[in-house]
Ligand binder design. Structure first.
Ligand code: XIL
Length: 350
């Protein structure tokens, strides 16, 4: 390569790396997203970074049962509506999260019989999916139904008391997918799970359910892999094997909740600055594994600025700094890693 060619290459590379994540993703029909909270949309840096960098958003909490239905009579769509409006105004797709999650149900549900619960769930899915028909392109229909051993977790929907299908294993999950499909036949329908990224008993159970649903033509589009990494260590070969087996079924995989937590001080800053490099490497590798599989069609982080991450709450403030932008919205090495990986891999394959 002569000097002139080298100069052109440098200019092209530098120009490419100056673009946003969303710019790179859109050129290739890929989705790069983040969880969002409507209460921060009024903060200019929050809204500007969100609209500039991402072509997909997902309400972090605003579409959960406890947010939409604080009591039996109230339906509060306002916060979710604001996020959907923001997405439409900025040409972004919306992932809906989540229609059935045994973990965080409002207390008032507990006093119902199976028949009432079944009616409530069907009605909820019809109303929520119906309201956002044509606006939410994909739903996490069911979230976190399996335990570490691959057994279905106890929940108000499954067996306590359940919607009347507990003796039939995953039938209650299937029912939720069928109701969601009836409410919006165009929407992609996902099962979303935590700690089932690599190969383990839980991901085996998810895979078995996915294969069964696919074989019996249950309306089922794919699996969301949350990808909360809490110990600076990602099992890349396991993640690759799991994405391979799921996409081999003809299903899509979305990475739905990626974050990489670091030990932090009381102000939320990394205790060991060198961890930022390790963190960036994990972001790079996970993005690369997703992009290597054509069926892995979206990469989403659980928030984008360290200013507002759930990790502090989840780890009693021992960990944080888990996202691609710091507390001042400055791109971190993790951001650069994501950006470079999108440039390199999407341009190579699309
Ligand atoms: C978390 C939110 O980030 C918090 O704001 C909320 O208090 C609890 O839920 N898996 C999921 C997400 O599917 O819905 C969770 O979100 C994080 C773990």
């Amino acid at each position: 390569m002569n000097c002139r060619q080298l100069l052109i290459l440098l200019v092209v590379t530098c120009t490419a790396s100056a673009q946003s994540l969303r710019h790179e993703a859109e050129r290739a029909g890929f989705l790069v997203g983040t969880a969002v909270n409507p209460k921060y949309l009024s903060e200019p840096a929050y809204a500007a970074t969100l609209a500039h960098e991402y072509n997909m958003l997902e309400p972090e909490d605003a579409m959960k049962w406890y947010a939409l239905r604080p009591d039996e009579k109230t339906m509060n769509f306002d916060p979710a509506d604001r996020l959907v409006e923001f997405a439409i105004a900025h040409g972004m797709k919306v992932r809906g999260h989540t229609l059935l999650w045994g973990g965080h149900d409002p207390r008032w549900l507990a006093s119902h019989t199976p028949g009432q619960l079944s009616q409530l769930l069907q009605d909820h899915i019809q109303r929520v999916v119906g309201r956002y028909k044509g606006k939410v392109f994909a739903w996490d229909v069911v979230n976190e139904a399996f335990d570490q051993n691959g057994k279905l977790k106890d929940s108000v929907w499954y067996n306590q008391p359940g919607i009347g299908l507990a003796s039939q294993g995953t039938a209650y999950i299937e029912q939720a997918f069928r109701w969601a499909h009836a409410a919006d036949p165009q929407a992609l329908l996902f099962y979303n799970e935590a700690e089932a990224e690599g190969m383990n008993a839980k991901s085996d159970a998810v895979y078995a359910m996915a294969r069964d649903f696919k074989q019996r033509a249950v309306p089922f589009s794919g699996v969301g892999l949350q990808m909360h990494i809490l110990d600076l260590n990602a099992d890349l070969p396991g993640i690759a094997a799991n994405i391979s087996r799921l996409t081999a079924l003809g299903l899509q995989v979305h990475v739905t909740e990626l974050d990489v937590a670091l030990p932090v001080d009381a102000a939320g800053n990394p205790l060991h600055p060198e961890d930022l490099t390790t963190q960036a490497e994990i972001y790079r590798q996970i993005a690369a594994v997703c992009l290597q599989h054509p069926g892995c069609t979206a990469l989403q982080t659980w928030g984008f600025t360290d200013k507002y991450s759930w990790i502090g709450w989840f780890t009693h403030k021992t960990k944080g700094a888990a996202l691609p932008f710091d507390q001042q919205y400055k791109p971190k090495p993790a951001y650069e890693a994501l950006q470079q990986t999108l440039v390199r891999q999407l341009r190579a394959t699309h």
